[in-house]
Design a protein around this ligand. Structure first.
Ligand code: CTP
Ligand code: ZN
Length: 158
């Protein structure tokens, strides 16, 4: 309820709701939003939620998300709900789902991994080997990425 007092509804775009409190800025990183794009972006942090205690919300006008982005959001905000807004109505609503595999987007932390060799144009690929606590494993070198490390890797996304 409180959130409606803070930001108004959007007309067309996406609302990512039920983000774990404090993680909204990571979600913006994943979406590639810097604020310079010119569309309306609202970030609400630490509002109370029946389901989560406290939560963050990100609202973006004029953007509908791709699968890769939703998969990555699922890793850092496994309880998030994606709401597609069209003409002020919630046209679609779904819960994110932790993917089995995450390709591209994240770099491997192992400098010797084949995905880090400049001559080899290989896309990274990680398998989700544990959901809670989150553990990803590089399909090329086997290095394990923990949740803490993942937060740092998300920070690096340009
Ligand atoms: N929302 C918005 N603009 C709209 C419609 C909805 O910003 N035109 C936002 C709402 O403020 C809310 C989210 O999208 O944060 C989901 O909207 P709705 O389904 O109406 O809310 P709830 O029923 O509270 O959602 P849930 O059951 O998923 O908690
Ligand atoms: Zn690797």
């Amino acid at each position: 309820m409180g959130e409606r007092l803070i930001v108004s509804k959007i007309r067309d775009g996406t609302v990512i709701d039920h983000i774990k409190a404090g993680r909204a800025l990571e979600v913006l990183k994943i979406l590639g939003i810097s604020g310079k794009e010119g569309n309306i972006v609202a970030v609400v942090m630490n509002v109370s939620s029946k389901k989560l205690g406290r939560k963050d919300i990100v609202k973006v006008e004029g953007v509908e998300l791709g699968k890769e982005q939703v998969d990555l959001i699922a890793l850092i905000a496994p309880d998030a709900t994606i709401n597609i807004i069209r003409d002020y109505d919630v046209a679609e609503k779904y819960r994110v789902k932790v993917p089995e595999k995450i390709s591209g987007l994240l770099r491997c932390v192992n400098p010797n991994c084949i995905t880090n060799q400049p001559r080899e144009p290989i896309e990274t690929s990680f398998r989700v080997v544990n959901v809670s606590p989150l553990k990803l494993k590089c399909e090329y070198c086997g290095v394990v990425i923990t949740e803490e490390l993942l937060e740092k890797l998300v920070e690096e996304i340009a």
